[in-house]
Each structure stands twice: as C-alpha cells, then as structure tokens.
Design a binder for this molecule. Structure first.
Ligand code: F6R
Length: 607
C-alpha cells in the first residue's frame, strides 16, 4: 500500500507532487509528506491524516524546489504519527517507501551501533540510513542505492533524492509497483500510471529488481545485476476525464453508476453477439481437459470467485476449488495434474494473491488471471489474462470491478460448459443472451436508488446487520455485509440462509435488520422459509427481491427493495446493485468517509 511520487523538472515540484498524492490517496491515507531540495538542502513537510492536511500545512509553510518526492501512507510499522510519516530524511538523503523491509530490525541494530540515530518506528527509515551510511563512505548516490538494495529483504518500491544533487532522482522496485513517467524536460515517478495521468501518458514500467536514475532529460534503468537495460515506453489510455469524479458526490457512486458501461465493455471483449456465443482469446491450456480450476483472490474479488463456483459446477460440471489467497499461499495445497490456477484481482497488485499465483506456478500449473489493471504484477506474471474493462476504480470499496469480474467469470463458465458439452447449445444461447441483456438490466436496476436511500435511513442507526442469500446469492449476501462494514463500520455478517438456524438465529431480535437477497428462482421457497424464521423471532426483514417475490413474501417485511426480474444465472450481478447502494447510502447517512473508509487501502501490497 502507500503511494509514492517523484518529480524532477524546472517548475515548482510541490504542486506536481501534491496532485500525484491526491490521485494515490486511495492507496493509504494515514499520513502524507513531501520533501524537496532547496539550494541543495533537503527540506520536508509531513502531516498526519489525509493529503488535505498536508496541503493545509503547505499553505502555512510552503516548500520551494524543482525536484522532490512525496508519500501517502498506510501504516504498517509504527502508528500514523508525524514522526513515522514519510519522507524519511537526514542531511544526505530523503526517501519514500512503499512495502515492507523484512530485515529492518537487523539493519537498524547494525546502523545504530555505527551511531545512526533513528527518529521513527518505521521499517522504511533504515533504507535512508543505509544509503547515507554508504554516501558517508564516498559511494556515489547510484552506487549507494545499488549496494543498499542488495542488503534489503522484503518487498518495496522506493524513491530518493540526494542533498546537493538537483539533477538526480533514483527509484527502485522489488515487489511493489513503480512507474516512470516521461515528460518534456521533466520526469516523474509514481506508484501507478494513474498518479501520473494528469502529467503524461508515456510510461515506463520497471521490472522486478530494477532501479532507475532519473534526470530532467530522461532515465537510465538498471536491472537487478546493475546492468543498464532498456524498458519499453508505453502509452497509457488513462485520461484526466476517466479518473475525475464528474458531477458525482463520491467516486463510489460514480463507479456504481458506471456498471452498465463497464459490464458492456467487458462483455463486448468476450461475446460474439451475432451468434450469441462466448469467444475467448487463445488460452495456453485446453479447456476440455482441465481437471480442476483453483480460484484464488482476496476480499470482494474472492466473493466473485465464490459466485463463479456455482456457475462452474452447475453449468460445466467442472470441479472448482476457491480459497482466500492469504490462507492458500501457506497451505501448500497439492495441485493435481491438469489443473489451472485462476487469480482474480482489481489492482493486480494484492500481495497475497500474487504470492498464491507464484506458488501455483511452482507447482507447474498454468495461470489465468482476471485483472483490471493490465500492467499489474499479477497480469504480467500470468500465462494469460482475461481483463475486466471496468476502467480505473478509485473508490476504495470495490463495485464495478466486482461486477465485471463476475461478467468475465460467467463468460468463462459458459465457455467451459460448451467445451465440456455439459449444457445444451440452446441453453447456452439463452444464458449468453441473458448476459448480453445485463447492461440494460443493470441500468434499470440503478433506478432503485431512491428506494434504497429510504431503507438506508433506517439501517444507519443499527449496530449489527445480517445478510442472507442462497446459492449464487450467498456470496452476494457476504459482499453486502462486507460493503456495509467497510463503509459504515456497522458490524455485518453474510450468511447462507439455510445455515442461519445453526447459530446466527440466536442474534435475531427486534433490533436486528436482516437483509435477504431472494430472487424468484429454484431456491426462492427455501429462502422464504428462512424469512419466516426471522419474522417469527421478531427480526426486521429488509427484502430484496423482484415483483413476484415481494408479492409472495414482502407483506411482513419492514422494507422491500424491488429489483427487475432477472434470470437466475445473472441474478448475482443484478443483486450486487442494491447491496452496494445500501452500503453507500447508509455511509452517507452516517457521515463516514465513503471513498476512503478508515484503516483501509485500495491496493493491499503487504501481507
Ligand atoms: C472491498 C475491497 C477489497 C478488495 C481486496 C482485493 O470492497 O475492495 O476486499 O476486493 O482488497 O483487492 P484486489 O481485487 O485489488 O486484489
């Protein structure tokens, strides 16, 4: 997590750095800081809290300079205090860091024994001392960084400036993302291309172990063996308009409303509408002979995989295992021959998912990833990628990335079902047409916004909430609960409706809102019975269903949210909308920070 930026040019650095930090704030917002060189000397400003707090400080105490670095932090080692805020600096060097230095205690002890005085509790500060120690020993900045990198264990991206060197910024990458932006007579570094999108569309992505010397004129990249290498410059598609908030109050609401378009884009990359057939790009394995798919992901992306399990098993009769990456990566799961690993991630940088992917590779299995950031580490390390075409997702809570992940997974399930001949061609065509209808259906579903807002008003006062669903709607219940807790800090649980009686039913009383996702379909009557069990114990039912479902069991509900009728296959996408909007509006009622909920970060690059 953490966002880092660097700038070298001939205009004031701080406005450029601050705009970059605002764009990177989704990565963490516990503290922020910038450092520049003024007449060769390092100066810095650091503030606890969001980038806006740093801006207020800079308004009171401006910082000049045409070269500098900046950081927005998601705290790992050390509390979010000013002393722990980056940049870490001494008289010789200033540094920003994203990642974790695993051997920091050892290095710190070694450097303290040499007389270095540390001022923070962070692991990052050791890098600044390590480099300055080498500078003291007459190493050039380049040689000092190259030598320091060899002592560091862990994952990191770093950017450094050096006292007296107005002509040099150095960046290095191992495990955490870092991109170099190419300007005209100026250059930039950033954790991702989004941070630089307002400055340039010319990006050089560093590879693992690379470090880079950057001047106003350009850059020289060195590989892990310190040899100069050429890394291709790429043109990104990001534009300022794509990543603005538009007329929306929050990024999250904008992104919820973008779902018809995002799903439509994603579908058009995978579906031939004329023949109503899924057309996948060439895959490095034969779909017909895959013995098992192992889906691995974190958080919301995991819940997309959890929905997919129902589709793959029912439609394709395909054995599927799903797991959260942080557990999977250490379980040493045996991977049977003929299996394929599937990794789902919006950012493509989630370290647990990436590590799980690497484990699967060591087991000799092909790796397919479903990612939203095509340049990400997960995409690069996969044998093939099915991209979600959601566009940049800035709100920390995932919305359009989730429904586009579902869209890709649904297409994949249909392709497997066709290959394995487990579903008839007529049924496959019907299901594909259902998928094609999704953008319009989601558009119609978004009309429930006002109704959801009314329900949210009553939910905002609750301490707890229970979400129930069955079949492929069970993961949607979990997703609803996840969204509610991360945005509103209301404790929420998502449960399989049939499992409620094995424990959670003890929680039901007149205070407990129970949000039930119950589309009319094969499992409706079963869920209806669970609704009765809640009502019989005085629980408050918030029923999310279609017109028929509401007519059948909505009478005794405290509130109903009516969504358009949807084929059972695509119901998970449709029911994602009410649970997203419910969490969103409840958060607005509570006045919590919708786009940047406390303690969270969008890109989780630490374990
Ligand atoms: C929740 C949310 C997270 C992410 C998770 C994985 O709203 O956004 O649970 O889904 O951190 O992130 P990615 O998809 O980037 O791997």
């Amino acid at each position: 997590m953490c966002g880092i930026v660097g700038f070298i040019g001939s205009r004031p650095a701080v406005p450029v750095l601050m705009e970059g930090l605002r764009r990177l704030e989704y990565r963490g917002y516990d503290s922020a800081g910038v450092a520049t060189l003024i007449n060769g000397a390092i100066d810095r400003r650091r503030a606890v809290g969001k980038v806006s707090s740093l801006q207020e400080l800079l308004d009171r105490q401006p910082l000049e300079g045409t070269i500098g670095i900046g950081h927005t932090r998601w705290a790992t080692h050390g509390s979010p205090s000013e002393l722990n805020a980056h940049p870490h600096a001494n008289e010789r060097v200033a540094l920003v860091h994203n990642g974790i230095i695993e051997n920091h205690q050892l290095l710190r002890a070694e450097l303290e024994a040499k007389g270095h005085v540390f001022t923070s509790q962070t692991d990052s500060e050791v890098i600044a001392h390590l480099v300055s120690d080498l500078l003291d020993r007459q190493f050039s900045p380049q040689n000092a960084v190259a030598a320091a990198l060899k002592r560091l264990e862990g994952v990191f991206a770093i950017v450094l400036v050096f006292a007296g060197r107005h002509d040099l910024v150095i960046g290095a990458k191992r495990g955490s993302p870092l991109a170099v932006g190419v300007g005209d007579g100026e250059m930039y570094l950033g954790s991702d291309a989004l941070a630089l999108a307002h400055l340039t569309d010319r990006i050089i992505y560093l590879e693992e172990g690379d470090w880079v010397e950057v001047s106003c004129q350009g850059c020289v990249v060195h590989d892990v063996n310190d040899q100069p290498v050429v890394r291709q410059m790429q043109h990104t598609a990001f534009s300022g308009a794509l990543i603005g908030k538009g007329d929306y109050r929050h990024y999250m609401l904008k992104e919820i409303c973008e779902q018809p378009m995002a799903i439509g884009e994603t579908l058009s990359s995978l579906v031939d509408p004329v023949n109503a057939q899924v057309v996948l790009p060439e895959l490095p394995f034969d779909l017909a002979t895959v013995s098992r798919f192992t889906f691995c992901a974190c958080g919301t992306a995991f819940l997309a995989a959890a929905v997919a399990k129902y589709w793959f098993e029912q439609l394709a009769r395909q054995p599927v295992e799903i797991d959260i990456a942080s557990e999977f990566r250490y379980r040493e799961a045996p991977m049977p021959n003929g299996g394929v690993g599937v990794f789902v991630s919006q950012s493509g940088e989630t370290i647990d998912t990436l590590s799980a992917l690497r484990y699967v590779r060591t087991q000799g299995q092909p790796v397919l990833s479903i990612v939203n950031v095509p340049e990400s580490a997960i995409a690069r390390e996969s044998d093939c990628v099915l991209p979600t075409l959601a566009g940049p997702e800035i709100g920390v809570a995932s919305t359009k990335a989730f429904t586009t992940q579902l869209t890709v997974l649904a297409c994949l399930a249909l392709a497997v079902a066709r290959t394995r001949k487990t579903t008839s061609p007529e049924e496959l065509e019907r299901l594909t047409l259902a998928l094609i209808s999704l953008p319009k259906l989601i558009d119609d579903t978004l009309l429930i916004d006002g109704a959801v807002r009314n329900v949210a008003a009553s939910l905002a006062g609750s301490r707890d909430a229970l979400y129930l669903g069955r079949g492929s709607l069970y993961p949607i219940a979990m997703e609803g609960a996840l969204k509610l807790k991360e945005l509103t800090y209301i404790h929420a649980e998502g449960y399989a409706a049939g499992e409620m009686k094995h424990g959670p039913i003890a929680l039901i009383d007149e205070q407990m809102p129970v949000i039930v996702c119950a589309p009319v379909g094969p499992l409706f009557e079963k869920t209806a019975a669970n609704v009765q069990e809640v009502l019989a114990r005085g629980g408050r039912i918030i029923l999310v269903s279609d017109r028929v479902g509401i007519e059948k069991i909505g009478r005794d509900a405290e509130a109903v949210i009516e969504v358009p009728p949807a084929d059972n296959f695509i119901a998970p996408m449709v029911y994602s909308i009410p649970v997203q909007l419910l969490a969103y509006h409840t958060a607005v009622f509570k006045g919590t920070d919708v786009d940047q909920p406390r303690n969270l970060a969008k890109s989780v690059t630490v374990e």
